[in-house]
Design a protein around this ligand. Structure first.
Ligand SMILES: Cc1cc2nc3c(=O)[nH]c(=O)nc-3n(C[C@H](O)[C@H](O)[C@H](O)COP(=O)(O)OP(=O)(O)OC[C@H]3O[C@@H](n4cnc5c(N)ncnc54)[C@H](O)[C@@H]3O)c2cc1C
Ligand code: SF4
Length: 438
């Protein structure tokens, strides 16, 4: 498997928002860690990386061992070091916060160790003795990759079916480029695949190209890691004008190719979650002068992370709170403005508050569709509000079929997908070798 990304990509203009540590900065930061007994930072990490242990290894100049501690828990430790919302996970729970002292920069230390491991091409893992069993994994995102790597360590053959031509899922196509660019995500996939024995078939959409029945005949177990679907639509007049996009769709275009914002003076992003905040920051970073987020809620309690929104504000983004878009205006088939109405504290429109904003680009960040329709042909696979229903080990209720990541959790973070993929792999292994009933 090789994924060749176009060399010219709009995302290339972005610099890292969080800078990398050099050797001496890493040593100083690592030596600040208190190596807490019962460390709260470990509990805050969905993959339960032994954080004090990997930090201590940096402090004692054992970077190779440090990276291994990270990868032993989370094979996507390199990307998670860049993309994890550490402010609300490990760093947010570091004991230093309670002392009024800056917390340990755990993400940056993790990036330090894992980047060196990649640069030095250190290899830590090999495939287990072949078991003769085969697992099919749907989607080549973080959940399936974490599951496939773990399954290879147990010796099971793996085939990953990916509908796109690129691998890595949203880590490649969705994550903000000031956190990680697509080529780095692809580097990670290749590093994970270097364990050998994971056959990735790109350009294959399940069940259209290979039916569930065929998959069941080919494989002894299946893992559903197909994530979420396309951006939700707003269904207001003018949504079909050129220049109105789903945010995740537009971000993918910007990360994998070129988008032109030369004629865009004013842009509007609809939504108040993390995708909306990423989108406004990305549009500012692409050079658009005026970027406005329109959200039906208010700043306190918005669904996006406050620390990300604070960064957006510093970058010059403005927001209209308690505001609902009612229609898009257009000229010559292209969007030229957004008509809005203000909402009261019950989120009801207030008569007489209609107003309009100029906009040559509008991104809709109001959620992604669920892909439950994909599994309609498997009646024992239950869904709950569009998510694949699973038990704590990722078992769906249908013999040999497991799921994890966004498809099952409804849309969380890369680190959750990594944790769920690995957990499901263990359950699949139990099922394959133990002849379990699952
Ligand atoms: C815009 C955006 C920014 C984000 N930023 C961050 C961030 O900064 N930090 C963070 O931790 N998380 C972030 N996330 C969330 C994170 O990317 C996801 O939680 C994570 O990627 C989920 O992994 P997954 O493997 O479950 O699904 P995905 O990454 O979505 O991978 C699923 C894969 O399945 C493939 N697929 C879908 N249908 C089929 C089919 N029928 N047949 C075959 N293949 C199929 C898809 O093409 C895709 O490659 C972001 C999400 C979005 C939308
Ligand atoms: S909570 Fe902070 S100080 Fe304690 S082990 Fe974790 S990173 Fe180190």
């Amino acid at each position: 498997m090789t994924t060749k990304l176009p060399i010219a990509r709009s995302e290339s203009v972005f610099e890292d928002y969080k800078s990398a540590l050099n050797d001496s900065q890493a040593a100083v930061e690592a030596n600040r860690c208190l190596y807490c007994y019962d460390a709260p930072c470990i509990k805050a990490c969905p993959t339960e990386i032994n954080i004090p242990e990997f930090i201590r290894k940096i402090a004692t100049n054992n970077v190779r061992g440090s990276a291994k501690t990270i990868f032993d828990s989370n094979i996507l430790g390199m990307s998670c070091a860049r993309v994890c919302p550490v402010e609300v996970l490990c760093v947010g729970d570091c004991v230093y916060n309670a002392m009024g002292v800056p917390p340990i920069q755990i993400g940056k230390l993790q990036r330090y160790a894992t980047d060196i491991a990649y640069a030095k091409k250190w290899q830590y893992y090999e495939a287990g003795k072949a078991t003769g069993k085969s697992v099919g994994l749907i989607g080549a995102g973080p959940a399936s990759l974490a599951a496939a790597h773990e399954l290879r360590r147990y010796g099971h053959a793996c085939t990953v079916y990916e509908k796109r031509d690129v691998v890595g899922g949203l880590n490649t196509t969705g994550v903000a480029p000031y956190k990680m660019k697509a080529d780095r995500a692809v580097d990670e996939v290749e590093w994970i695949l270097s364990i050998g024995g994971i056959d990735v078939k790109t350009g294959v959409s399940i069940p259209d190209d290979v039916s569930w029945d065929e998959l069941a005949k080919k494989h002894n177990a299946l893992f559903l890691g197909f994530g979420l679907g396309p951006d939700s639509e707003l269904r207001v007049p003018g949504q079909d004008f050129g220049g109105v996009y789903g945010a995740v769709d537009y971000i993918e275009k910007m990360k994998l190719g070129l988008v032109s914002v030369a004629d865009v003076k004013h842009a509007v992003v609809v939504g108040g979650g993390n995708t909306a905040i990423d989108a406004v920051r990305e549009l500012r970073g692409l050079g658009i002068e005026s970027v406005t987020m329109i959200y039906r809620g208010v700043e306190i309690g918005m669904s996006g992370y406050q620390h990300e929104w604070n960064a957006a504000k510093e970058e010059g983004v403005r927001a209209l709170w308690r505001t609902l878009p009612t229609a898009f205006d257009g000229r010559d088939g292209r969007v030229s403005g957004v008509r809005c109405i203000s909402l009261d504290d019950q989120k009801q429109p207030i008569n007489g508050t209609e107003h309009a904003l100029p906009a040559q680009l509008v991104l809709l960040a109001i959620g992604q569709a669920k892909l439950d329709a994909l599994v309609k042909a498997m009646p024992d696979v239950k869904t709950d509000k569009g998510r694949i229903a699973v038990d704590a080990n990722g078992f769906t209720g249908r013999k040999g079929v497991f799921a994890g990541g966004d498809a099952a959790n409804g849309g969380k973070e890369v680190v959750n997908a990594a944790a769920e993929g690995k957990r499901a792999a263990r359950a699949i292994h139990e099922y394959l070798v133990g002849g379990g009933s699952q």
